[in-house]
Design a protein around this ligand. Structure first.
Ligand SMILES: [Zn+2]
Length: 394
């Protein structure tokens, strides 16, 4: 007997497949792969609902005890169809133990990028005091939480580093060498200048807020992608959206996309305030924004599945393939217009939307979000719920 069978889920290319999950892993998939099989739980999608590997949000803030940017992991995760979230530096060496214990009690897979400041984001300027950047405590936290801490985070903008300029980043690059983990760098207002930051980054490092509209952004006065950014991308530096409350400009993103500088990862930088009050709302909304800016649907999905898994070094996630984790997102790809806002007040009208319906995490939890704004009709929701045995609501 199998654990879970998903029958007739539609891929974004229109192909319809079955997926069989056992022991938290995909054990078979393909057209009619489940024809002769039975399972403890079955979901029939009738070729109507779409499926993809579980969505991964590479930049969230979901440490509930954080004083500034906080949320509940399941509210930024499974409630929005997101099976894996990465907290981007809310915690440092001082509170990572507590954050880890919180994440053991939730349904969403949670990982952490550890803030190089031992305090995490306890106030707006955690890198203004160099004594907070404590390598011994950082390395000890990484050793204690191998597999949970998957990267380091440094927020390199004026309000965070104060008078320290590039120093926190120089120190972060040294500390990174001891662990071999990727470094995620937040960019924003200068100083330090974007060019100085970008020149220090190496292959696999991540620039988050890559399409922000602040004066220090990636497009030069002539409308070209700054040479320093071109060089960084050529070296293998990764572009991550990190929308957030202040860090996505449609004109900057559109210009970058014109130059072929697509994001590698589409992430939300979601926390309670910008989830409830916008402009982020959900990862699905951010995905719909990039669809509207001209990225093909498959490319948008790749940014939250295979690209994210590769960039975050999560080798068993991000793919619908035999042996990979049984994390699946069920969603609708709907022709329905929507007005979308960036973080700077620009609006665009989208004609198609990604609308999450359910998140399956390691084949065991099936959660249909109750969010009435998700666009799923009550009738559809009841039908889907009936087709899911042992449905576990939030
Ligand atoms: Zn953030």
């Amino acid at each position: 007997m199998n654990d879970l069978i998903i029958r007739q889920g539609k891929l974004i290319n229109g192909n319809v497949i079955d997926i069989v999950i056992n022991d938290g892993k995909i054990s078979a998939l393909g057209p009619d792969a489940a024809a002769e099989r039975v399972a403890i739980r079955e979901i029939h999608l009738h070729g109507h609902y779409c499926i993809s590997a579980g969505w991964i949000d590479a930049h969230t803030h979901c440490y509930p005890q954080s004083p500034l940017y906080f949320d509940e992991p399941d509210l930024v995760g499974v409630a929005g169809g997101v099976t894996t979230v990465v907290d981007a530096g809310s915690t440092g060496a001082d509170d990572i133990d507590h954050f880890y214990s919180v994440t053991r009690r939730v349904k969403t897979h949670v990982y952490a990028f550890l803030n190089i400041a031992r305090t995490g984001i306890c106030n707006q300027n955690e890198l203004a005091d160099m004594s907070y950047i404590d390598n011994e405590h950082l390395q000890s936290a990484i050793r204690r939480h191998k597999g949970f801490v998957i990267g380091l985070k440094a927020r390199m903008s004026k309000s965070v580093v104060g008078k320290n300029g590039l120093l926190p980043l120089i120190k972060a690059k040294t500390m990174q060498k001891m662990s071999g983990l990727p470094l995620m760098v937040h960019i924003g207002n200068s100083p330090p200048e974007l060019a100085e930051i970008a020149d220090l980054l190496t292959k696999g490092d991540i620039i988050t807020h890559c399409f922000n509209g602040k004066p220090n952004h990636i497009i030069d006065d002539a409308g070209n992608l700054k040479p320093t950014i071109q060089r960084a991308l050529a070296r293998g530096v990764i572009f991550d959206v990190g929308h957030g409350s202040e860090s996505l400009s449609f004109p900057v993103a559109e210009q970058a996309i014109r130059f072929g500088a697509y994001p590698h990862m589409i992430s939300s930088d979601i926390y309670q305030r910008n989830r409830i009050g916008g402009p982020v709302y959900s990862l699905a909304t951010v995905m719909t924004k990039f669809l509207t800016l001209g990225l093909p649907a498959q490319c948008v999905l790749d940014c939250v599945t295979i690209n994210a898994a590769n960039s975050l070094h999560l080798p068993r996630k991000g793919r619908l393939e035999r042996g990979y984790d049984g994390d699946i997102t069920i969603f609708e790809f709907k022709n329905q217009s929507i007005e979308l806002m960036d973080a700077d007040g620009h609006s665009r009208i989208g004609k198609q939307q990604f609308i999450p319906v359910a998140a399956i995490v390691a084949g065991t939890h099936v959660i249909v979000p109750e969010n009435t704004t998700s666009g799923i009709s009550v009738k559809d929701r009841v039908t889907l719920r009936r087709s899911i045995n042992n449905d576990i609501p939030l």
